[in-house]
Design a protein around this ligand. Structure first.
Ligand code: RET
Length: 253
């Protein structure tokens, strides 16, 4: 672990703390608002709650690990000797990314075999993407033309497949929609591209900076991405479910 300045250390510390608050309270919102949408869309909102719940738990652990990994010494944060645990993030993604994929597919108008096939394929692809990513992330060196670059590239293949499937299915689902529902579908498609596309960029950042800044960029970058891709995405999922319920004349009992 590299020595960090007080500012660098605090930036990560504060972002992790902000993230915990976002996850916990967006989860509370999804729980309280679930019955405002029609029954057939509730599962998606339930999935959002579970996703931010799992993330909140892991961020508590990441936060604890971050605090334990450094000690303040002579005005800087130096390694305490306890390793910072990177695996929490990947364990979190292994659970939450498949759920995020499935909850969006549930809102698209998929049926029968096609639905099951796409869910299965995309879930398998997320596992492949994350295993390759983890191998690259924890391999030690930060070179583009080395271990990190190679495994990052391999991880990008299933990633491209997942994004392509989700983009297509949302496009099909919004084709016969109008007004609010259409706008919301378009927004979630954009949010998906920008947030998911941002993870591989964060992954590459340490290749272009010194080791201390690399650690900080990874932590801050993934944390911002997670807030958008989990809490923000959950809000849009809820908004789509609500707009579709309104359109179909659902009134809360
Ligand atoms: C809530 C967490 C989410 C939505 C995480 C998404 C993660 C990715 C899309 C990660 C993708 C990666 C690549 C495409 C290549 C480099 C390695 C990864 C794992 C960062």
């Amino acid at each position: 672990m590299e020595t960090l300045t007080v500012d660098q250390y605090s930036l990560v510390y504060n972002m992790l703390s902000f993230c915990i608050a976002s996850m916990v309270f967006s989860g509370l919102f999804f729980m309280l608002a679930k019955d405002r949408v029609a029954p057939q869309y509730r599962l998606s909102v339930v999935f959002s709650t579970i996703v931010v719940g799992i993330a909140a738990y892991h961020y508590f652990r990441i936060f604890g690990s971050w605090e334990a990994a450094y000690v303040l010494e002579g005005g800087n944060y130096v390694a305490s000797g306890k390793p910072f645990n990177d695996a929490y993030r990947y364990m979190d993604w292994l659970l939450t990314v498949p759920l995020l994929v499935v909850e969006l597919l549930l809102l698209c108008s998929l049926t029968g075999q096609k639905k099951e096939k796409l869910m299965f394929n995309t879930v398998v692809a997320t596992v492949a993407m994350l295993i390759a990513g983890y191998i690259g992330e924890t391999g030690g060196n930060y070179e583009l033309m080395g271990h990190r670059g190679l495994w990052g590239f391999l991880s990008t293949i299933p990633f491209a497949y997942i994004v392509w499937v989700l983009w297509n299915e949302v496009t099909i689902a919004m084709a016969d929609k109008e007004g609010n529902v259409k706008v919301l579908f378009r927004n979630i498609r954009l949010l998906l591209i920008f947030t998911w596309g941002y993870y591989p960029i964060v992954y590459m950042l340490p290749m272009f900076m010194d080791a201390g800044s690399g650690i900080v960029s990874i932590q801050v970058g993934y944390t911002i991405a997670d807030v958008a891709a989990k809490a923000g995405y959950g809000c849009l999922i809820y908004a789509i479910a609500k707009a579709k319920s309104d359109e179909e004349g659902y009134a809360m009992a």
